[in-house]
Design a protein. Structure first.
Lengths: 84, 154
């Protein structure tokens, strides 16, 4: 799966938890969930759970630690997909 | 260095469904989940523990410059007495002391690396629409904002 395909699949998940903003409309690899998208940290868990469901993967706590940006999330998703 | 975290309980109710499958496992240790399961108000306990972790993280993040999302690796211990709860949060070999106040509409935790510091922290909590517009220039030791509430500590 390419980065673009992953972002395409991530966007609706992120949109569920992020308040409307220009940063959300311009979602890209550099977007930071908390700093740029103003996502409440308690909702980061929801994003991780939704990602697990959408991609059919399990994200362990060590991988979850890094998932503060779209870029880091893509890396974790790719890694977990390759282990399937 | 001090930390604080406020949780607007009315907003948390609609913003986060912690009863969702898998949710608690990503944030809380088995011991913390037992505290939640046996609490008289589980909702309240979830946000008490969460605000402790957040308040401690805000100090730890500045001390270590480590930015991550590892809530389950922050280990809470808690002693309850009336409406005030003293506790601590351990992150690897670092310990932060906490004091949490539980009110009908919000939970607020203050944190400090030294226990005696807790009693010296002064707390200002504002609810909408009374937030000071210029709070960023008020030089608070730590700022927390959630829903209706803005909490500044000095």
């Amino acid at each position: 799966m390419s980065n673009e395909e992953i972002i395409h699949k991530l966007k609706p998940i992120i949109t569920t938890y992020a308040p409307a903003s220009a940063a959300l409309e311009n979602l890209n690899e550099e977007s930071d969930f908390i700093k740029d998208l103003n996502i409440n940290s308690a909702n980061l868990v929801d994003i991780i759970l939704d990602v697990e469901e959408a991609f059919g993967i399990t994200i362990d706590n060590t991988s979850m630690e890094k998932m503060l940006t779209v870029k880091a999330s893509i890396e974790v998703i790719k890694e977990k997909l390759s282990e399937k | 260095m001090i930390g604080n975290d406020v949780v607007d309980l009315d907003l948390a109710k609609v913003q986060s469904n912690w009863r969702r499958k898998g949710y608690l496992d990503k944030i809380f240790s088995p011991a913390e989940q037992t505290l939640i399961a046996t609490a008289s108000c589980a909702d309240e306990m979830v946000w008490i523990l969460w605000s402790m972790k957040e308040a401690a993280y805000k100090i730890d993040n500045r001390i270590t410059s480590i930015r991550n999302f590892a809530p389950a690796s922050l280990v809470c211990s808690l002693a309850l007495s009336n409406n005030e709860m003293n506790g601590s949060v351990s992150i690897q070999d670092r310990v932060y002391f906490t004091k949490t106040s539980v009110l009908p509409n919000y939970v607020h935790t203050i944190a400090a690396p030294v226990f005696d510091q807790l009693s010296k922290i002064s707390i200002k909590i504002y609810s909408q629409p009374n937030h000071p517009i210029d709070y960023k220039s008020m030089a608070a030791g730590c700022v927390s904002h959630h829903g209706q509430y803005l909490a500044l500590v000095y």
